[in-house]
Write a protein that binds this ligand. Sequence first.
Ligand SMILES: [Zn+2]
Length: 134
Amino acid sequence: MLFVVAPIIGTIYAIARLWQDLIGWQELSLFVGLYSLTGLGITVGYHQLLTHRSFETFPAVKALALILGSMAVQGSAIDWASDHLKHHAHADEAGDPHSPVEGLFHAHVGWLFSAPPADRERYGKRLMTDPLIV
Ligand SMILES: [Zn+2]
């Protein structure tokens, strides 16, 4: 919990303290731009492309989406997708790694500290056969 909240508070504090000295609109723009791009890497790349196979695309686009997703520091593509596939296999019941039944905090971030990682062999097997993802 401390490792999730402290960096956010520290970043906001640092921006406020260093505004106009070391941080200006250029840095803030980079922060917002990279936050948006890595968010797209997770939502479009890890979630829709890998986990749900919502669409297919060119290898270069797939690689870009996975690179952006990996820059979000949410773990490897295979582990992220395995966790999410496990979530959908057991949605809101025993075995769901981030079930909202255990509370909002647990569903959003608490599960990262208490749930064991999903079994890659069971949930991410098809992903491990794709050399681009591996
Ligand atoms: Zn999903």
